[in-house]
Write a protein that binds this ligand. Structure first.
Ligand SMILES: [Zn+2]
Ligand SMILES: [Zn+2]
Length: 203
């Protein structure tokens, strides 16, 4: 029996997280939850996903979503995990795509990989704290949701306001972004008001 295929596989963004991409895929294919994508690939959410850059044969997940295993591993890896070419990444998917910047989502509705980094609590592009709970139902944001931009209660995260971040927090986030090459200096300078001293972090 051949592996199942998804009807729609929009290409991932360069800085998109794997957890967030699976939500977007579920959304594009009219599934009620990204759990379905994992089930089709024979994976269990609770056990996490073991990602190898080069398994002997393409993994069912990579075949299903039409990306190479190397690409999957890259989408799942944070900077400190890269470079471990031999070791697989154990990816506990439900722990990710739970921190969001409402302003980034307004600009483009996908989950940025940098939000999945534990150390990152701030969006340095919008200089605000990332949100971790929903203003509609007050519950923590969860990975298993039907769309990237909406909570399970139906509230649209793009309508949620976020608190301003301190200069120290922005600088740390900028430093980490640069470390992970998640943003370019051009992106930072395009129409975004950067607070005093922030530029010095980039130089
Ligand atoms: Zn943002
Ligand atoms: Zn909610």
């Amino acid at each position: 029996m051949s592996a199942p295929l998804l009807l729609r596989t929009p290409p991932p963004y360069e800085d998109e997280s794997l957890a967030g991409y699976l939500i977007r895929l579920a959304q594009s294919n009219y599934y009620s939850s990204p759990n379905w994508i994992l089930r089709l690939a024979g994976l269990q959410v609770s056990k996490g996903i073991t990602l190898w850059a080069q398994p002997p044969i393409p993994s069912p997940l990579s075949q299903l979503i039409k990306l190479t295993d190397e690409h999957l591993k890259l989408m799942a890896s944070l900077p400190h995990q890269l470079g471990k070419e031999v070791n697989p990444v154990r990816y506990i998917i439900y722990k990710y795509a739970r921190k969001l910047c409402p302003n980034c989502l307004l600009e483009s509705a996908y989950c940025r990989k940098i939000w999945d980094w534990k150390l990152v609590g701030v969006c340095c592009l919008h200089q605000c704290l990332l949100i971790t709970s929903c203003a509609g139902c007050q519950k923590n944001i969860r990975w298993a949701r039907a769309t990237v931009t909406r909570c399970r209660c139906g509230f649209d995260f793009r309508n949620q306001s976020s608190e301003s971040a301190s200069l120290e927090q922005i600088n740390l986030s900028l430093y980490l972004s640069k470390l992970g090459n998640y943003i370019s200096t051009n992106q930072l300078e395009s129409g975004i008001v950067v607070k005093e001293n922030v530029h010095s972090t980039l130089s």
